[in-house]
Design a protein around this ligand. Structure first.
Ligand code: B12
Length: 208
């Protein structure tokens, strides 16, 4: 693990901010910095699972990540172009309030020229469907970090089909515990393990 990943795992707030600023000053890409932080956060999750960390530590990890994102955002938004590459709708599914990963996806899509309609967290099925009907995006992104919220993603995909909207929009899912199996279960088109994969997929979908 890099110093930054270790500092994240150990929740050393000041050291993390110092390392991130140093990295940015040395022109390190924000995406590489996020990859290190992600590795540290996986460590935080493991310590939580083993009972060494509690929810308060998870919350502190989130607070630190939000702080870091504020520092990284100007560098990530640099790629943005004036012309919109298209509209993307994203949100975290009902029952789930995790939003750090989704916010990174939002920032990177925006930085890549997309107009992002971000529905926030704990988004009910109807709100996703209404947003797709209203904004007619070519891509809908759903974030789920809790395994018991997977059925919510499936429900949205089924509701899209019921409204005749399924073949008009590509559905992409993400969030740490998601995988190919979850994608298949939910009936989504792509599982994006990272925000970078999301942008690459959007570029393909919107170029078509
Ligand atoms: C921070 C955190 C919290 C914070 C969230 C704060 C916030 N504003 O988001 C708080 C403290 C609130 C929290 C609460 C809970 N949490 Co929590 N949390 C985490 C933790 C440590 C980090 C998540 C995170 O932000 N990671 C960093 C981001 C950058 O990673 P990411 O989300 O995966 O995002 C990347 C990709 O997945 C992808 N991506 C993400 N979203 C999207 C969306 C789209 C559309 C696409 C395409 C891609 C994409 O791109 C991102 C960037 O590359 C994880 C541990 C872990 N290993 O993930 C647990 C974890 C997710 N939490 C867990 C649990 C159990 C809970 C609680 C139930 C705890 C409790 N007992 O209360 C509650 C549930 C609250 C709720 N109803 O949602 C479990 C879930 C287990 C499971 N599989 O179901 C985990 C895995 C911890 C664990 N190992 O047990 N949590």
């Amino acid at each position: 693990m890099s110093d930054l990943a270790l500092a994240m795992k150990d929740l050393e707030e000041e050291k993390i901010l110092e390392l991130v600023k140093k990295d940015l000053a040395a022109n390190r890409s924000p995406l590489e910095i996020i990859a290190d932080l992600n590795q540290g956060v996986v460590g935080v999750g493991q310590l939580y699972e083993s009972g060494e960390y509690f929810v308060s530590q998870l919350m502190f990890a989130a607070e630190i990540l939000n702080e870091v994102m504020e520092v990284l955002e100007p560098a990530m938004a640099k790629g943005g172009s004036a012309a919109s590459a298209g509209t993307v709708v994203i949100g975290t599914v009902a029952g789930d309030v995790h939003d750090i990963g989704k916010n990174i996806v939002h920032t990177l899509l925006k930085g890549s020229g997309y107009k992002v309609v971000d529905l926030g967290v704990d988004v009910p099925t109807d709100k996703f469907i209404d947003a797709v009907a209203e904004h007619q995006p070519k891509m809908l992104g759903m974030s789920a970090l809790l395994s018991f919220t997977y059925p919510e993603m499936k429900a949205v995909v089924e509701a899209l089909a019921a409204k005749g909207l399924r073949d008009k929009v590509k559905v992409v899912i993400g969030g740490a515990p998601c995988n190919e199996e979850v994608r298949e279960y939910a009936g989504a088109d792509l599982w994006a393990p990272t925000a970078m994969d999301t942008v690459a997929f959007a570029n393909k979908v919107y170029a078509a």
